[in-house]
Ligand binder design. Structure first.
Ligand code: BYC
Length: 329
């Protein structure tokens, strides 16, 4: 009988990653790989469910039935994304309760972007265009993540995010081509959401604690700065088509680099938001905890239902069933 050593297992894992094979839940994986995935997937899941709040704020005030129906569907999609991602994290041996507890007690993060307020209806369009646009740019490469359940969850999420991005773009286009007041509202929303959207990609590469290792493990396929640059390059022509201006006087095409140059990002603001000092951090966590507490009865009922059905087998019918009035033989 041959014994599988720790070295053999590490070598098999490294070879699978090098060959672009997927690591599956039952495969051996290094503890640090598992911990990194739990951290990133949990943060991602938390972002999806916290991300429901700024947009849900406008459901009751959407300007038409059509816009309201689209917005409700989008917010529901975000809840669904949270569920796929919590399930992906569960395959790594963590429970959803544990992750939610860490979110509620501030021990796990969610995306900085959701700590900004949605002040006008145009913010819903700007979130769709910019925030979902940034999310797609970041998340399409995650469909090729080395961990199977996360990669597969991302395929569906990206398809839905793509619809979200288009609805945001179309909504902003309608405002931009509307009355001068509507145009100004769209421009104001873009002015406020542009820089926080660039921060979504995370700190600059030279300050990114996890990027190098995550890229070696093929969890991340591109660095934070690469994806941020890709996003800027995508947005510039889209802003022109929208008839809106991106709020960066230093934004200009650089022929040599083949990319747009852009102005400095306020990393102090980013760090403050991460520390809990953004405009809406307290409100987001308070509302999340309240929703969780108010949903306790649903979780209890679902658990009781599952227990009942796990212990009760359907009984064999002892007499033939007949419809009322039907003659029995
Ligand atoms: N906000 O070493 P780094 C969405 C943290 S889209 C908060 O570069 P990493 C949605 C980072 O966690 C948004 N924290 O980290 C869209 C780390 O702290 P810890 C969610 C951030 O993981 C529309 C530290 O800074 N998307 O859900 O290699 C509607 C150092 O950073 C942020 C995802 O989560 C930030 N912006 O790279 C509704 C995508 N940036 O953990 C919903 C998956 C960095 O050591 N995640 N930090 O305490 C990723 O791709 C990567 O985790 C990141 C960061 C690019 C975000």
């Amino acid at each position: 009988m041959t014994t599988v050593t720790a070295q053999d297992r590490t070598a098999a894992f490294d070879a699978a990653v090098a060959a672009d094979e997927r690591i599956e839940p039952r495969d051996w994986m290094p503890d640090a790989y598992r911990a990194t995935l739990v951290r990133q997937i949990a943060q991602h899941a938390h972002s999806e469910i916290i991300g429901m709040q700024p947009e849900a704020n406008w459901i009751t005030r959407a300007p038409s039935l059509r816009r309201k129906a689209i917005l409700i569907a989008k917010v529901q999609d975000e809840a669904g994304h949270g569920l796929y991602l919590y399930s992906a994290a569960e395959t790594l041996g963590t429970s959803r309760e544990e992750l939610l507890d860490k979110l509620h007690s501030g021990r796990q993060k969610y995306s900085s972007i959701f700590n900004y307020p949605t002040l006008t209806w145009a913010d819903v369009g700007a979130i769709g265009w910019l925030v979902d646009g940034a999310a797609i740019t970041n998340q399409v490469p995650l469909c090729r993540c080395s961990y199977g359940p996360y990669a597969r969850a991302m395929v569906r999420i990206c398809k839905e995010e793509s619809f979200h991005q288009r609805q945001g773009y179309e909504s902003l286009l309608a405002l931009s081509r509307g009355t001068p007041a509507q145009h100004a509202m769209a421009q104001d929303a873009v002015d406020r959401w542009w820089w926080p959207s660039l921060m979504m990609f995370g700190p600059p590469d030279d300050e990114s604690a996890h990027s190098a290792q995550s890229m070696e493990w093929k969890i991340k396929r591109h660095s934070n700065d690469e994806l941020r640059q890709r996003f800027v390059d995508i947005c510039v022509p889209q802003a022109e088509a929208l008839g809106l201006t991106l709020p960066d006087p230093q934004l200009k095409w650089n022929d040599e680099r083949g990319h747009h140059d852009f102005g400095p990002i306020d990393w102090t603001e980013f760090r403050e938001v991460l520390k809990g000092n953004g405009p809406c951090n307290d409100q987001r966590i308070t509302q999340r905890k309240q929703a969780h507490d108010e949903g306790a009865w649903v979780r209890e009922a679902a658990a009781a239902y599952a227990t009942k059905h796990a212990t009760q087998r359907p009984a064999e019918p002892t007499t033939a069933r007949t419809a009322p009035g039907e003659a029995t033989a």
